[in-house]
Design a protein around this ligand. Structure first.
Ligand code: FES
Length: 283
C-alpha cells in the first residue's frame, strides 16, 4: 500500500499525486514508469514518473481523468492509500551531453518531459522547452520548467496564454534558425508524429515516449505492439522511448482507437452509476 501524501488539481480533469514510495524513488530514472492499482480488482494503469525525490522517498504522477478508472482515481484524497504500485519499469531515457536539446511537451505529456529536461540540463546541455496546452486554464509546471530551461516557450491552442498555435510551429522556426542536436517530444500521438515529421528533413534525432499505448505494462497483453524501423517492438519492455522517425505512426494511431467503443460504454455506465449514487438510489 502506498500513501498519497499530496494531491494538486490542475484542471477539472488533470491532477497530481505525490506518493510515498521510497524504494521506487531510490531506483527511479528519467523515462521510467510505474503501474498503479488504486483498489482491489482495479484496472492496472501505467503512468510515467513525472518527478521523484530520492531523499523524501516520493514519486510524482500527473493523471488525466478521462475514463472510468482515472475518474475513480481522481476521487482519492491526500492520506488515502493505493492498493499497489509496481516499478520503476521500462528502459530509462539515455541522458548525455549532446549540445542543444529541445523538449516538446503537449498537454499531459508535459509532465513526463520534466525529468528528462532536468537530467539533460544537469549534464550541461543548452535546453529549450516548448510546452503546449489547449488553453490557459490547463497550464501547469511553467515555473518548474523555467528553472531548468535556457529558453521556454508556452503555447495555447486558443491563444489565451503565451503564443497561439501548436508546439510544432516554434519547433520548426528554431530548427530553421540554428543547430539543434536532439529533440524529445512527449504528448498525444498526433503531436509526436507531427514533431517527428518536422524534425526529419533537418536530420535531428527525435525521441518520443509511447507510454500512452500501454495497457498492462508487463509485456504480456501485446497491446503496446508498435512497428519501429520495420521491426515489432513492445512499448512497455522495449521502450517507452523510441526514435520518432522510425515509428509507423499510422498503424499506431489505428491501434490506439481499437478499444474506443468499450471505453465509452464503461464510462457511460460509470457516469450513470454516479448519478444514481448522488440521488441515493445506489450504494
Ligand atoms: Fe501489455 Fe506492453 S502494455 S504488452
Amino acid at each position: 500500500m502506498n500513501k498519497i501524501l499530496k494531491k494538486e488539481t490542475f484542471s477539472p480533469v488533470t491532477f497530481l499525486w505525490e506518493v510515498e514510495a521510497p524504494d521506487i524513488a531510490k531506483a527511479a530514472l528519467p523515462g521510467h514508469f510505474v503501474i498503479v492499482r488504486h483498489k482491489e480488482k482495479g484496472e492496472r494503469v501505467p503512468l510515467t514518473i513525472a518527478d521523484f525525490d530520492k531523499e523524501k522517498g516520493t514519486i510524482t504522477l500527473v493523471i488525466q481523468a478521462l475514463g472510468k478508472t482515472t475518474k475513480e482515481m481522481m476521487e482519492l484524497k491526500e492520506g488515502d492509500f493505493l492498493i499497489n504500485l509496481a516499478g520503476p519499469l521500462g528502459i530509462p531515457s539515455h541522458i548525455e551531453k549532446v549540445g542543444t536539446v529541445i523538449f516538446v511537451g503537449g498537454g499531459l505529456g508535459v509532465a513526463p518531459v520534466f525529468p528528462q529536461l532536468r537530467a539533460f540540463k544537469e549534464k550541461g546541455n543548452y535546453t529549450i522547452s516548448i510546452i503546449g496546452f489547449r488553453n490557459k486554464d490547463l497550464i501547469f509546471w511553467e515555473e518548474k520548467f523555467r528553472n531548468f530551461c535556457d529558453e521556454l516557450i508556452v503555447t495555447t491552442d486558443d491563444g489565451s496564454y503565451g503564443r497561439k498555435g501548436l508546439v510544432s510551429e516554434p519547433l520548426l522556426e528554431i530548427l530553421k534558425g540554428r543547430k539543434v542536436d536532439l529533440v524529445i517530444a512527449i504528448g498525444p500521438a498526433i503531436m509526436m508524429k507531427v514533431c517527428s515529421e518536422v524534425t526529419k528533413p533537418f536530420g535531428v534525432k527525435t525521441i518520443v515516449s509511447l507510454n500512452t499505448i500501454m495497457v498492462d505494462g508487463t509485456g504480456m497483453c501485446g497491446s503496446c505492439r508498435v512497428t519501429v524501423g520495420g521491426q515489432t517492438k513492445f512499448a512497455c519492455v522495449d521502450g517507452p522511448d523510441f526514435d520518432g522517425h522510425l515509428i509507423d505512426w499510422n498503424e499506431l494511431m489505428r491501434r490506439q482507437r481499437r478499444f474506443e467503443r468499450e471505453e465509452k460504454e464503461v464510462l457511460k455506465k460509470y457516469e450513470e452509476d454516479c448519478k444514481l449514487k448522488e440521488k441515493g438510489l445506489k450504494n
